[in-house]
Design a protein around this ligand. Structure first.
Ligand code: FO1
Length: 336
């Protein structure tokens, strides 16, 4: 249990799916473990993927950290799924006119405020962890955001386009090509020199519960677990590990996770993803797995593979549903 007696929950999370799940978890915990002034006695730490990060127009852009910060801060564009609400693109038009940046990757005016502030903190010598904490201070997030590493790890994709092999930044494949050209493989540039931050290792070691958010299992959860030493720390943790399926009835809940799974030879089914994560009793990650009711038939199959599986509503179409899903994930952890 946490210092103030609260339960300590550590969540491995990527972008949009992770952000919605964390928003639901925060709402549920405020109801389940109220601290008397609108917050919760629970302590939640999100270990966030930084593989989508890049230097662009001289600024450090961290898409997944920003998705989660904006969503928990109530400043996100919920329809679009990324970026700020009430956004404008005046600076972006100027950058395009100068031929600077990626014309297909829009940095909105408000979003640029985040990248300028972050880059300024980094130039002052702060680590990404410290810069992230400084940015987050501005909103009452109620959840601590930790980049998975303070060293840069960039996901690049080996693609075949117009008959030519090219290696591009993940965001180019994801946004410019809409993951529509086959990815031959993913390359984590810088991963050898990277380590989980001490804060991340502590959050994993001290957790009462570890949750794998319904984020992209390859380029979000996979990238986090690929930081040297991080997977081992999770496997060694005393906490139960519960995963939430990012696949419902054979389709990715968000984004193009199917294109990523295909690239690593994993079928786009909840069963295949659960087996990809592996049963903790057999050296893998999962003590428990949540699938949508549409996939209830996978429950006995996964039980036979050593993964205790529960079918619950997985669609996070509003905060109440996300809160319910978070409650289901914590209940699955208690059934340990
Ligand atoms: N996604 C898009 O589909 N089009 C964009 O122009 C775009 C710009 C962008 C700028 C900053 C940022 O943090 C995210 C941005 N995204 C954009 C979303 C991004 O591709 C996703 O948030 C993640 O990388 C996938 O999880």
């Amino acid at each position: 249990m946490g210092l103030n007696g609260g339960v300590k929950i550590t969540v491995l999370a990527g972008g949009v799916g992770g952000a919605r799940f964390l928003r639901g978890l925060r709402t549920h915990l405020r109801e389940a473990y109220p601290n008397g002034d609108g917050g919760s006695t629970a302590e939640v730490t999100a270990v966030v993927n930084t593989g989508d990060d890049m230097w662009l127009t001289g600024l450090r852009v961290c898409p997944d950290l920003d998705s989660i910060m904006y969503t928990l801060g109530g400043a996100n564009d919920d329809e679009r799924g990324w970026g700020r609400k009430d956004e404008s693109e005046r600076v972006s038009a100027e950058l395009t006119a100068y031929g600077v940046g990626w014309p297909w990757f829009t940095l909105g005016d408000l979003d640029l405020g985040t990248h300028i502030a972050r880059s300024s903190f980094l130039r002052d010598g702060l680590t990404l962890t410290e810069a992230t904490a400084r940015l987050a201070e501005r909103w009452p997030l109620g959840i601590r955001l930790l980049p998975m590493s303070d060293q840069p790890i960039e996901t690049h994709v080996d693609i075949l386009v117009d008959g030519k092999r090219r290696i591009v930044h993940f965001e180019e494949w994801w946004v410019k090509y809409r993951a529509g050209v086959p990815a031959q493989r993913f390359i984590q540039v810088g991963v050898e020199a990277a380590r989980p931050t001490p804060s991340v290792l502590r959050a994993i070691e001290q957790a009462d519960v570890i949750l794998l958010a319904p984020s992209n299992p390859v380029v979000s959860i996979g990238t986090i677990l690929g930081v040297p030493g991080l997977r081992a720390a999770v496997l060694a943790a005393r906490a139960p590990i519960v995963g939430v399926s990012p696949i419902i009835a054979g389709a990715a809940v968000r984004g193009m996770a199917d294109a990523c799974l295909t690239a690593i030879g994993v079928e786009t089914t909840t069963t295949a993803v659960a087996k990809h994560y592996g049963a903790r009793s057999r050296g893998g990650l999962l003590d428990a797995w949540l699938v949508d009711e549409a996939d209830a038939a996978s429950t006995p199959v996964l039980a036979a593979a050593g993964i205790r599986t529960t079918a619950v509503p997985l669609w996070m179409s509003d905060v109440a549903k996300s809160s319910r899903l978070a409650a289901d994930a914590l209940a699955a952890a208690r059934r340990g």
